[in-house]
Design a protein around this ligand. Sequence first.
Ligand SMILES: Nc1ncnc2c1ncn2[C@@H]1O[C@H](COP(=O)(O)OP(=O)(O)OP(=O)(O)O)[C@@H](O)[C@H]1O
Ligand SMILES: O=C(O)[C@@H](O)C(=O)CO
Length: 418
Amino acid sequence: MLLGVIADDFTGATDIAGFLVENGMRTIQVNGVPDKEMSIDADAVVISLKSRSCPTEQAISDSLAALIWLQQQNCQQFYFKYCSTFDSTEKGNIGPVTDALLEQLNEDFTVICPALPVNGRTVFNGHLFVFEQLLSESGMRNHPVTPMTNSNLMQLMDAQATGSTGLVDYLNIEQGAENIVNKLQQLKTEGKRYAVVDAFNANHLNEIGKAVHQLKLVTGGSGLAAGIAKNWSAHLQDQTQAKQAGYPSKLPTVIFSGSCSVMTNQQVDHYKKTAPHFAINVEDCLNKQDYSKQVCEWVMSQSSSELAPLVYATADTDALHKIQQQYGAEASSLAVENFFNDLAIQLKAAGICNFIVAGGETSGVVTQSLQVDSFHIGPQITPGVPWVKAVNDNLSLALKSGNFGDPTFFTKAQEYFQ
Ligand SMILES: Nc1ncnc2c1ncn2[C@@H]1O[C@H](COP(=O)(O)OP(=O)(O)OP(=O)(O)O)[C@@H](O)[C@H]1O
Ligand SMILES: O=C(O)[C@@H](O)C(=O)CO
């Protein structure tokens, strides 16, 4: 095993796994730390945790358990994957988890690289941008759990970690890997424990990838994965096969949309124009006992449609606000999640094999209800969203972060069936 990845949430794990296979590494994703013996035939393993916003102590212990398991698989390098928008608070969890991983590895230095230019996340002079806006001016400033009101990655890291943070700025990055190695060494000699690295294009990430080849631990979003994967290419046997095991088959398919993000709203509107669709009623989720059974029957009655049926809770900001005022934010989102949980179980039993899901939380719920514990990673539908296929089941999933993809995503996902 070459690379072991610890991802702090579920769609983030499929995101990085997709970039690894795209760059030639046969990759397996596992949900949580495996509690049983697993024989893994892959170049990289990604462990998905739910440690982004849980209490810090738990994030540390889950991440350490993941690291120890990856060490037992003889991984040669380790990657802590967090969100490309650096989702965290002053307490963590990015800083404390990075510290704990460094300590377990007996290391005292790593890089901080959230950049994912292909999805508009860039780092310039240590400041993180979401497309043309500073992180602190983007929608992330209103995030309910991890509002990001500062874009300065050095300050963000210094606030939540034990050591101090330096910068490798774009002028150094543009001079290439050798120069980056020297600059990292200089920061380390100065007593820095973390180095934020500027990056705003794919070439920057390739050079950073080369420069960090000797670091036991790297940390970042999924962007750096491409640069890291290229380092291992000489060790890989047949790179063309990397994503073959993860292709979906042309089998009964359903789409669940549980995200209310701006992009998912556009995707639902676009798909509704040509495909069968069913809007969930939140009141029925709360009160009607056999509601999921009724919707399951509707899905199964669409089997003659060329395009998969869409079941959606997706609402725009005003509609969502009204629902939340009427039923409560927590109660309504829980009702929707429970509904998707029940529906997924019934549809699997009825013979649905492919699930396309929009929304991070919704994806977590569906994956758990389908009881899939490990996946092969297939082709990327859009950057950050690969098809994945259960290792021990005839099930394929496409799990989309709320804001990823373009308006045609749901149709595009169905063009990969073999
Ligand atoms: N119509 C609705 N009324 C109330 N809650 C809803 C409605 N539609 C969706 N929800 C809830 O909103 C939440 C959306 O979270 P989810 O993580 O799935 O999407 P997201 O936040 O857009 O995605 P990501 O985390 O990948 O950015 C879920 O808990 C879902 O159940
Ligand atoms: O890095 C990202 O933006 C995503 O992989 C993510 O973490 C989604 O929650």
